[in-house]
Design a protein around this ligand. Structure first.
Ligand code: ASN
Ligand code: ZN
Length: 332
């Protein structure tokens, strides 16, 4: 079978108009990217299993931006996998989720009315439901980055998905999902510190989570307390999401890309941010070098301080900011 890389164009439900690297077989184009570990996208055709159907196309123009065109969600998924690949490669030098050069595949149109998306280590694949009424796919870019980052966590620290380590696992996915969104910097999805702001999972236009002040969702923790490990991991993550926002942007009020943030500190301090790029480097090094499956919030403070010392020096402003941001979320 002949294969050659081609440049397609697509319009996703959420990513807007993008270019995609596709594969020309000699007779058709496949939604398969041999420049990024061979990652491809299949449709599960509203079933919950099976091999699915590889997306192919005769003119290399994919989707039309509407969820009613089944290819549009596939464009989002394939673009999300590409952007996640590029983010990890170009930000951290990581060559795929397992750092082995192999791309993960994506499955769209999972089941019916399925309002979730998930990563699976066993299939080494990413799956997206079609959401409420089967018309609201969960294929926004921060969701893609979040879910595939669960694969990175599983292949690095291996943070257990319960208790405080579970909150750190979830926060890692929110942090790097947000990192993917900023990396891609799409016109159709201006980057922010909100999670799932485009999928409208609440039905009222609000995001799923807020990193500047996690409690804005009504459930997440803004700061550490002794009971935080009993919360669902999607709420105990708030402590680390808040840490990451404070470390990146600092405390107080700020408007970025038209979104207003107001990040409080639990100890009345003022935190000065070091910028998102450095904050991402600190988190990735902490995750990939120092955290283990049982790391808790106190351990995350230690791990990120070690990472910051490695990257910027123990006496650096960056290391001081890491300490200050943890103290501001009551991790001392
Ligand atoms: N979408 C969810 C998440 O990644 C799936 C899950 O509950 N693990 O957090
Ligand atoms: Zn998650």
């Amino acid at each position: 079978v002949q294969t050659s890389n081609a440049t397609g164009s697509g319009k996703g439900v959420f990513v807007g108009s993008v270019t995609l690297t596709t594969n020309w077989t000699g007779s058709t184009y496949e939604l398969r990217d041999n420049t990024r570990g061979g990652q491809y996208t299949v449709s599960l055709n509203n079933k919950q299993g099976g091999q699915g159907t590889l997306y192919t196309d005769t003119d290399n123009v994919w989707g039309n931006g509407l969820a009613s065109n089944g290819q549009s969600a596939a464009v989002d998924a394939q673009y999300g996998a590409a952007a996640t690949w590029d983010f990890y490669k170009n930000t951290f030098g990581r060559n795929g989720i397992r750092n082995d050069g192999v791309g993960a595949y994506s499955r769209v149109h999972y089941g019916r009315n399925y309002v979730n998306a998930f990563w699976s280590d066993s299939c080494f694949c990413m799956t997206y439901g079609d959401g409420a009424s089967n018309t609201h796919p969960l294929t926004a870019l921060d969701v893609s980055g979040h879910e595939m980052s669960h694969g990175v966590t599983a292949n690095t620290a291996g943070l257990n998905y319960s208790g405080e380590s579970g909150g750190l696992n979830e926060a890692t996915s929110d942090i790097f999902g947000t990192g993917v969104e900023w990396y891609a910097n799409l016109a159709a999805d201006a980057p922010d510190y909100l999670i799932g702001e485009l999928i409208d999972i609440n039905g009222n236009g609000t995001p799923l989570r807020y990193m500047d002040k996690p409690s804005k969702d009504g459930r997440s923790a803004d700061s550490w307390s002794s009971g935080v490990g009993s919360l669902d991991v999607h709420y105990s993550s708030g402590v680390a999401n808040h840490f990451f926002y404070l470390l990146s942007e600092g405390s107080g009020a700020k408007t970025i890309n038209g979104v207003s943030y107001n990040s409080p500190t639990s100890n009345g301090s003022t935190v000065t941010g070091i910028g998102r790029d450095k904050a991402l480097q600190v988190w990735y090094r902490a995750l990939s070098v120092y955290m283990t499956s049982s790391t808790d919030y106190a351990g995350a403070r230690t791990a990120t301080l070690k990472a910051a010392a490695d990257l910027y020096g123990a006496g650096s402003a960056e290391s001081a900011a890491v300490a200050a941001a943890w103290s501001a979320v009551n991790v001392n």
